[in-house]
Ligand binder design. Sequence first.
Ligand SMILES: *Cc1c(COP(=O)(O)O)cnc(C)c1O
Length: 405
Amino acid sequence: MFKVNDNYLKLPGSYLFSTIGKKVKAYKEANPDKEVISLGIGDVTQPLAPAIIDSLHKAVDEMAVKETFKGYAPDLGYEFLRSAIAKNDYAARGADIAIDEIFVSDGAKCDSGNIQEIFSVDNKIAVCDPVYPVYVDTNVMAGRTGTYDPNTELWSDVIYMPCKADNNFAPEIPKETPDIIYLCFPNNPTGATIKKDQLQEWVDYANKVGAVIIYDAAYEAYISEDDVPHTIYECDGAKTCAIELKSFSKNAGFTGTRLGYAVVPKDLKASDGTSLNALWARRHGTKFNGAPYIIQRAGEAVYSEEGKKQTAEQIAYYMNNAKIIKEGLAEAGFTVSGGVNAPYIWLKTIEGMSSWDFFDYLLENANIVGTPGSGFGPSGEGYFRLTAFGTYENTLEAVKRIKAL
Ligand SMILES: *Cc1c(COP(=O)(O)O)cnc(C)c1O
């Protein structure tokens, strides 16, 4: 009789977003006359920009013609897309990334979950708390996290780096030395960022102790402040210690079309000299058969003059929502952060209310759905995440309702 990978059985049961879904469904069924607004969405709502749609159409037509039809894409991605990435996301920021250091994928969730495969199960991971759940869960599946304590909601073999108001939601160098450090800036869920000199400290630290940083830059396009790094490779020495993950989901609306990439520099080597670039290429070639041609053409269009302009307008739309939420909640007396370099607003719940109590309170009294901070980790307790991905009209209405509470 077969047996399952029992690491999967260690995963704690109820998943944050399914619990929210159930609660909202039950509320709507009991209160059919109420108009519920979600500010909990972690997904874009604006349609794909016209320049992207044009490019998609063209690529679809090419697929219908014998001479231009495309079968399997190259393992690492088409060169037209990788050169656009190297030029716009790196060279333009003073970072020298070669195209064979860029691995096109179907999104940053897969990459952030899969990248741990190339590291030993003995490696110790460090994560921010609160955190995007994929990092820890995929390490649980790999058997790297030890045992789970349901009371503290912490894993015995994971190094947690609390991110709270007293450190401006920026992790501090941990006491225990990790092998793999997950960092995500601008951050989901807190919306916080760190400055370039702070990121440089992490790069210096990783190089010193021989750790690798997995840098999730999914929200890079939302950065509005000058001294916030757009890529970890703006920091000196990052090419010997960091992997960067990027996504076309949040900057260009590809959540449904799927496109992302990982940068694994050739200078990044394990202590025995093994090249991580070569290992990831091997893994990619074995387990991934390429992002679709038409989607890679759509991705290329994001870097066209029109594409840049149109996606910047969409980001400005979301960030206007962020400003409305942040300012409105501050006026209503809430302690709020984020929302400046990220589409996420992180607020403190009403004094004495847990994250889930506040979820129920907001749903029942303002008919607004958000995300309890404790769902992202124990240091998120007492906090709540609102997102700017809704419509302008719904955002205004939601803020009005919260102010009226
Ligand atoms: C949305 C998000 C991603 C992107 O995921 P895709 O698979 O590219 O859609 C990655 N990391 C974080 C932290 C995110 O919030």
